[in-house]
Design a protein around this ligand. Sequence first.
Ligand code: F3S
Length: 397
Amino acid sequence: MQLDPAQQKILDGEQGQAARMAMEILVALGRIYGALRLAPVRSVQIAGVSYHNLGDAGLEYLADLAVDGKVQVPTTLNPAGMDLERWTEMGISEDFAAKQRRVIEAYTRMGVSLSCTCTPYLLGNRPRRGETLAWSESSAVTFANSVLGARTNREGGPSALASALTGVTAIYGLHLDNERRPTLAVHATCPLAGSDDWGLLGAVIGKTRPGALPWIRSRTRPDDSELRALSAALPTFGGKPMFHLQGVTPEAEQHRPPDDVLTVDRAMIERTRAELESGDDTIDLVALGCPHASFEELETIAHLLDGGRAVVPLWISTARGTLERARAAGIVQNIEALGGHVWADTCFAVAPLKGRFARVATSSAKGCFYGSGHNLFRMRLGSLEQCIAAACSGTWT
Ligand code: F3S
């Protein structure tokens, strides 16, 4: 792999220890994957923020890099393990909060923006078509590649941080035209409605054909929240972090549908829902906002709650910028007045919640996967309407 003189200087340590270590990571990755060059990135999004996932080893690694590391491009973070302002209300322990704050301090010293969200593209960091990125949250990577037409591999936390500290990434994988070709045609023959259905479509594809990059034809056109649900589920269940959707995504018409065809009907969607669910009919947490809720989703949730009242915890995760906008519009107050909680900076999959809840309802197929896998919750997966009804009754219908 060829380095230009500026990149070689970084590798030689002329810009400090952290930048040198970062460049070593990128060069090693580039060699493993056969990259010919490094290219500048427009922005970086870093996963590996929750102390729950990082542990002490991760925290010390970040603290070491923060001694002289400085990010070179706009860089944001994935959700942390707690709402950074209202963690006591979330029931987070002082010990966990102290460790989480040290993680955030290390990133802050490196110049990372304190926007802890998996939807940075809703908050001003919306890449343009063809832009080179180094993002690591899988739902954001898939949305950026598919819906926005930007280019990023699904980076690990360390490689994304390495790109932030150097401003470059190794060009291989989904940065290359060839690798963005679809490998599987998917015909969704049933109408799909709501984030749960679109997430289940991603789950069906990922589980049935792991590693596929699908070219999808659907009778129904998804809205933005449904595209986010599909983006979250597809890589979670084994698909590539990219899809083409006929008539919707910007690169779909550049490709012919592959000969290998997967037909998805309602029976497959419902079978997959049943496989993901393990709950009974009593619910003790309703968790929404996976991926992080948009302003419009918060509006919808407030509307659905209107006239009722949550009798079990109703937690909605969002980005702090979205929360502030929704608070200014009175939406957050309406949700809170009816028993809901809108948390920023975090989500129920990365917060330390194991043992605190047992039977959880969500509208997110990805949330279902992590809820049962990480936190050992018994999950229910349904529409926003079903989830709000469960929050107001404590039962799943
Ligand atoms: Fe985002 Fe957490 Fe879901 S990071 S995609 S809300 S699991």
